[in-house]
Design a protein around this ligand. Structure first.
Ligand code: 13P
Length: 251
């Protein structure tokens, strides 16, 4: 197994372009010799500043969503093609905040994944259960369903450009992290789901992240789990020193 760790920050709706440049400039020396992949997921308006700030480094830049059409009458939307044209490499799709507040469904997430892959982007696909679903004992079913629908129509070759982030909704922004065992259990289940959809080789090479209150203090234990190949980090990604500790923990 030679999976590469990917540590990605999801800044959510934080930082203007000037602040984005400052944050990335602070981060650069701290992760200069990281052996894992490092990505920053920034608001749309910060993309030009972020792309400029990461020049000459190995830090990747992600958008936090994209529309599934290439262009057209979709006021307020941004297409995958537009992101690709400006040099963006990654897009976060299906985040629970998009699903909860902005009406994303498994079906629209599938369409966004399709468009992003067609445009040549790497997708960070988010899946995860609500607290009620965990308490009802349907975490496995929910996460497997989200994974299967989102990957509908994605080829084996394209899976090299799909990262999956397991983000239990109850752990996002709450300070309540999944235990390392809970995180690994669901990441493993996602890997088994991928094996079922494709084959063992695709599943073995798939990068599966954990996200949800991952921080400088708990990252090492989470990342030490055999099926956890990285992190999607919200709050702690806005603090360069903390984010750098998580990057180090992935090495
Ligand atoms: P927090 O790390 O702030 O819990 O956010 C996780 C997340 O939603 C990353 O996408």
């Amino acid at each position: 197994m030679s999976r590469k760790y990917v540590i990605a920050g999801n800044w959510k709706m934080n930082k203007n372009p000037v602040e984005a440049t400052a944050l990335i400039n602070e981060l650069k020396p701290l992760v200069a010799d990281a052996s894992c992949d490092v990505v920053v997921g920034v608001p749309f308006v910060d993309l030009p500043a972020a792309l400029d700030a990461v020049k000459g480094t190995r830090i990747g830049v992600a958008a936090q969503n994209c529309h599934w059409e290439k262009s057209g009458a979709f006021t307020g939307e941004v297409s995958a093609e537009m992101l690709k044209s400006m040099g963006v490499g990654y897009v976060i799709l299906g985040h629970s905040e998009r699903r909860t507040y902005f009406g994303d469904t498994d079906v629209t997430v599938q369409k966004r994944v399709r468009a992003a892959l067609d445009a040549g982007l790497t997708v960070i696909l988010c899946v995860g259960e609500y607290l009620e679903q965990r308490e009802q004992g349907v975490t496995g079913e929910v996460v497997a369903m989200q994974t299967k629908i989102a990957l509908g129509g994605v080829s084996e070759e394209e899976m090299a450009r799909v990262i999956i982030a397991y983000e239990p909704v109850w752990a996002i922004g709450t300070g309540r992290t999944a235990t390392a065992q809970q995180a690994n259990e669901v990441c493993k289940l996602i890997r088994e789901t991928i094996a079922g959809l494709y084959n063992a080789a695709v599943a073995d090479s798939a990068v599966i992240q954990y996200g949800g209150s991952m921080n400088a203090g708990n990252a090492a234990e989470l990342l030490a789990q055999p099926d956890v190949d990285g992190g999607l980090i919200g709050g702690a990604s806005l603090k360069p020193a903390d984010f750098a500790v998580i990057v180090k923990a992935a090495e």
